[in-house]
Design a protein around this ligand. Structure first.
Ligand code: PLP
Length: 385
């Protein structure tokens, strides 16, 4: 499997020991349920809210959130986390401006953003891209100026699905200054590993102003998939935002949601939520897990650079491209169907020099070591007729 962002490495043995410990106290043995807000008292017992809160805090710290202003939960997937980010953004902006926001994202964003846009009944303002596939902030500014009467819900993708491009957070923020806006980051894949690399600062939620020393927020919420980089063995997602955003959201949410039945306003769209996954994913938030993630992060970036170099040397006609040095993705002209099928490559038609060209990509995940990549490179050179 080289074509999709799935980490095929079996988790560390300690993870399965942790699972057994959880099972011994009843997790996955009867109906635990994480209904409700993990940061609030729950009237309904048999949840793992303390684990859930602690793991959000721990990941929040590596994304630069302040522990005195953080809120989040473990969702069902990256898409589910994106859904909560967009719903929260829509709710806050609509309340602030009195009209529905328009949603701004590029055609390189994941297809699930288009589905969520439809679900949330938002009008899509398509923002153009630069040649590397990242958001063109000059076009964003033009589009914002063309819609001055609506607040802006902007989705920045940190690691676009096909090209691995990165929408520039600070460039986007500079265009949102003075406007009623909410910036959500879809960092489904890159959000897992960037915090463990030399590029950790890319995803920091706050930075200090060099002159005043005052903390400045760079984005409102972030979504990260747990089954991608981390290799958690079932779909789940991190959703992290600030307590401030959550309170603003909850004030509105409480008007459409009657809290009487569960004695709180949960802040989550779904009522019942999995209690096993947060308890299990908690394992991935320990110091030793972070250390393992650091090794994996380095190896995927090194191996992506290796694949890019070898393809450039041996298969220049495939026009391999690695969009930036943070990306673990290399895309190229579609090879033979046999190679596409053997390595489960995703293919897409892409505009290259004004022509639609079938392309494929390799997403270098932790299992894609040099020997697997060498095998792939050898197969690329074989005739398959
Ligand atoms: C950029 C991006 N966002 C969102 C998703 C969807 O994430 P999930 O599969 O966790 O729902 C993907 C999946 O590949 C993705 O690449």
């Amino acid at each position: 499997m080289l074509g999709y962002p799935i980490n095929m490495v079996t988790p560390a043995e300690e993870f399965f020991a942790w699972r057994n410990e959880l099972a011994a106290v009843g997790f996955n043995q009867f109906a635990f349920n994480n209904v409700g807000n993990p940061y609030d008292h729950s009237h309904i017992p048999f949840n793992c809210h303390p684990f859930e809160k602690e793991l959000i805090d721990r990941f929040g710290v590596i994304y630069g959130f302040s522990l005195d202003n953080i809120w989040g939960f473990l969702s069902h997937s990256g898409t589910d986390s994106n859904m909560h980010g967009l719903y929260m953004g829509r709710t806050i902006l609509k309340n602030r401006a009195g009209v529905m926001p328009k949603i701004y994202f590029t055609k390189e964003a994941h297809y699930s953003i288009q589905i969520l846009r439809d679900l949330l009944n938002l009008e899509w303002v398509v923002v153009g891209t630069l040649t590397d596939g990242s958001m063109d902030v000059a076009d964003l500014e033009r589009q914002l100026n063309a819609h001055p009467n609506h607040p802006a819900l902007v989705v920045a993708t940190i690691g676009t699905t096909f090209k691995g491009a990165i929408d520039p957070i600070d460039g986007i923020q500079s265009k949102l200054k003075g406007r009623t806006a909410y910036l959500h980051l879809d960092a489904a894949l890159f959000g897992g590993y960037l915090p463990h690399t030399q590029f950790a600062a890319d995803l920091l939620h706050e930075v200090s102003d060099p002159v005043s020393g005052k903390k400045q927020k760079r984005y409102d919420s972030i979504a990260v998939s747990c089954h991608k980089f981390f290799g958690f063995p079932s779909p789940a997602g991190l959703f992290i935002t600030t307590q401030t955003n959550f309170e603003l959201f909850r004030t509105q949410f409480s008007q459409i949601h009657d809290p009487e039945y569960i004695l709180q306003v949960p802040g989550t769209i779904t009522c019942s939520r999995d209690a096993v996954k947060p308890a299990e994913f908690f394992f991935f938030s320990s110091e030793s897990s972070f250390a393992r993630q650091t090794v994996d992060a380095q190896s995927i970036l090194d191996n992506a650079a290796y694949l890019m170099k070898e393809m450039t040397n041996h298969y220049p006609h495939l026009q391999p491209t690695r969009t930036n040095n943070r990306s673990n993705t290399v895309y190229f002209r579609k090879p033979s169907d046999a190679v596409v099928s053997r390595y489960c490559l995703a293919t897409m038609r892409m505009d290259r020099d004004g022509q639609l060209m079938p392309c494929a990509h390799v997403v270098v995940m932790p299992h894609a070591n040099k020997s697997i990549l060498d095998q792939f490179l050898t197969d690329l050179g074989k005739r398959h007729d």
